[in-house]
Design a protein around this ligand. Structure first.
Ligand code: SAH
Length: 659
């Protein structure tokens, strides 16, 4: 099992006090530290090789208290009653408490007990339930209505939760009351992936007066904005605010300006313009300042990226307040304004910083794309700031990006979904699908896996012909910092999307690391087809696609000749379409040169789907059967035999059969 899907939930600790519980938790693989009491630990021969086991000798209560604040998730294979008693004294705030999950001893149910939203407990519960083949027990109202939790809505996009009455807004959702959403910045992707009967009213301030007349009065409001709003604490109309990280703070400063001066300058400018510091994407400056101590310290402390640009890049940017003094000194008439603008054109993902969002400079202005026609503009023009009694001076300007900075390294999961039945998808692939921020695929396959998806997930189903667009879209979203599952039927690396995505990444000079790629194998058509007719692939075999859309026919024909002659068992993919009817006839002729017309052939159409059809025939009679693009053709080798409704290719266990 790939552990990377559990990465987002680390550190995880698991607890059980019984041998059965231990066995159940072992089924999850090595996803975290497994804590056992001494009596159980000493009696377990079957510990997984990479499993981290810790033995606790203190009372469990003390043990859990020690781990509480450092852990993202605690998983118990214990009774709910016991867990409730254990954690009750430790619960503080859902913004900081870890996710607590309870699994019954037999591993039939996985309960998201607390920390379902913000600690990611609901998500982890679903992932674990998939892994165990158990039923996830989620009791949050948003799940019931198939809605994303309001307090996790912006997570995929790296938004920062602001102040507000989060409980009040969630309660309004639970009561199915209308909610007003005023989104002034950040991705609106989430809006197009809501169920049809969602309770949100999308408004923009300037339209509010007109639309309100025709709508029921909202019971709560969500602001999505870089603006810092102050809410009256006793209001009976609950409001919350999310801050997408869209603000790039351009900074110019004198050498040796201390961190506190920079900090206070930013604070004052943000306050004066009613902007939220939580909406800061990062800091931008000239590359000369990449080692400016105060600036570097500030970025490190706030975990903000520091983007540095060359003077000649900055000099090309038209700004409201160019300065000839600055130009004479550093070679560009603007640092703060120009750097803020250039940074705001960049991609939103965490490209350089590998997750720690440290202070690394980015002098590669080439990675910034040009602005679109609706060019982001300076939100705050340059302000000069000094602090009494402190050395140095800071110039600050703020530009607003169209796309928010996610601060995350994107992931591309290339997932094979098997032939077409949920039970034939590996648990790892199921987990990847359930866990991704976005699922992209051909609409037919998306429908097959829809039950694995969770509320709020972004599902992008595209028509079958648009493979390139699907790959490009997936790459674009991953570069922005999202976790994207690209689903492909069968195995995604066998005539599937994995190759295309990797080819396109290579064409974009991908460094092999960002976005992170992981391939999840699936049961390919030839295995699925073979399993329905016995064991035709018991000896050396070969797959050939008869589609000449992407491969010249001469190449295909050459390969058919070679494998026919070399006596491989063959699986023909894409054997025949409405317009491509000749190829299968040519293939038959080639094989008849080298094999008996009585050679067994299986035609398996839509294996593991409700419309599955299996036809056993012979090489000689092949063309009299119906064959289409949903069929895999399996042609036996010279020793393949039919027995009743089964095909068997002998491997030689029972001796060489000279017949
Ligand atoms: N990535 C897929 C193959 C895609 S090419 C995989 O690994 O299975 C498409 C071809 O695969 C179809 O034309 C058909 O020949 C075969 N195929 C895919 N799913 C199938 C199924 N459920 N039953 C039989 N053949 C299938």
């Amino acid at each position: 099992m790939s552990q990377s899907v559990f990465q987002a939930f680390q550190p995880i600790s698991l607890f059980t006090t019984t041998p059965t519980g231990f066995q159940t938790l072992q089924r999850l693989g090595a996803i975290g530290t497994l804590w056992l009491p001494e009596a159980i630990a000493t009696n377990q021969p079957e510990i997984l090789p990479d499993q981290t086991i810790q033995v606790y000798t203190d009372p469990l209560k003390t043990q859990i208290a020690n781990l509480w604040s450092s852990h993202q998730a605690l998983i118990f294979c214990l009774s709910t009653g016991a867990v409730v008693r254990l954690i009750a004294p430790l619960l503080q705030d859902k913004a900081t408490d870890p996710a607590v999950i309870v699994i019954d001893e037999a591993g039939k149910f996985v309960i998201s007990l607390s920390g379902g939203h913000q600690a990611g407990g609901d998500r982890l519960t679903q992932v674990i339930a998939r892994q165990l083949g158990a039923t996830p027990v989620l009791t949050g109202a948003a799940n019931h209505f198939n809605l994303p939790g309001i307090d996790i809505l912006g997570e995929p996009f790296g938004w920062v939760k602001g102040s507000g009455d989060w409980t009040g807004v969630s309660a309004a959702i639970a009561r199915q009351l209308p909610l007003e959403v005023i989104q002034e910045a950040g991705s609106t992707l989430w809006q197009s992936h809501l169920p049809a009967d969602h309770p949100f009213q999308f408004d923009f301030p300037e339209h509010m007066a007109t639309v309100q007349e025709t709508r029921p009065t909202p019971a709560a409001r969500i602001w999505i904005s870089p603006i810092q709003r102050q809410f009256a604490p006793d209001s009976n109309f609950p409001k919350v605010q999310w801050h997408p990280r869209v603000l790039w703070v351009g900074i110019g400063c004198e050498r040796g300006t201390p961190k506190t001066v920079i900090e206070q300058a930013i604070q004052q400018v943000f306050q004066a313009h009613h902007l939220a510091e939580a909406a800061i994407a990062g800091i931008a400056t000239i590359d000369l300042k990449a080692d400016e101590v105060g600036l570097v310290e500030f970025c490190q402390e706030r975990q903000l990226p520091l983007r540095c640009f060359a003077a000649d890049t900055l000099a090309t940017i038209p700004v409201p307040h160019p300065s000839s003094v600055v130009e004479a000194e550093v070679g560009t008439p603007s640092v703060a304004e120009a750097a803020a603008i250039v940074a705001s054109w960049g991609v939103g993902g965490d490209r350089e910083d590998k997750g720690d969002r440290g202070d690394r400079g980015d002098s590669s202005s080439s990675s910034s794309s040009s602005p679109s026609s609706s060019s982001p503009s300076l939100r705050v023009t340059k302000q000069i700031f000094r602090l009494e009694g402190q050395p140095g001076a800071v110039t600050i300007a703020i530009a607003q990006a169209e796309q928010e900075y996610t601060g995350r390294i994107g992931k591309l999961w290339l997932v094979g979904t098997g032939p077409g039945e949920l039970a034939q998808i590996t648990p790892a692939a199921q987990t990847a699908i359930a866990q991704a921020d976005v699922v992209i695929g051909y609409s037919l396959y998306i429908d097959l896996i829809r039950s694995l998806c969770r509320p709020g997930q972004l599902i992008e189903a595209l028509p079958i012909t648009q493979e390139r667009q699907r790959a490009e879209r997936a790459i674009e979203l991953a570069q922005w910092g999202l976790t994207v599952a690209v689903v492909s039927s069968g195995d995604c690396g066998i005539y599937g999307m994995a190759g295309l995505v990797l080819e396109q990444l290579r064409a974009q000079s991908w460094d092999g690391q960002v976005p992170e790629v992981q391939v999840f194998p699936g049961i390919t058509a030839l295995q699925a087809a073979a399993s329905r007719v016995g064991a035709p692939l018991m000896h050396d075999f070969c797959a050939i696609s008869l589609s000449n859309l992407l491969t010249p026919w001469e190449v295909i024909e050459k390969r058919l000749q070679a494998v026919a002659q070399a006596d491989f068992v063959v699986a023909l993919y894409n054997p025949k379409s409405q317009t491509r009817t000749e190829q299968i006839a040519i293939a038959q002729r080639i094989f008849l040169h080298h094999r008996d017309p009585q050679t067994p052939v299986a035609l398996v159409r839509s294996a593991y789907r409700p419309t599955e059809q299996i036809t056993l025939t012979t090489l000689g009679d092949l063309l009299n059967q119906s064959i289409d693009m949903l069929t895999t053709v399996l042609i036996g080798n010279q020793s393949t035999r039919r027995h009743a409704d089964w095909l068997i290719t002998p491997r030689g266990y029972l001796g060489f059969d000279p017949e």
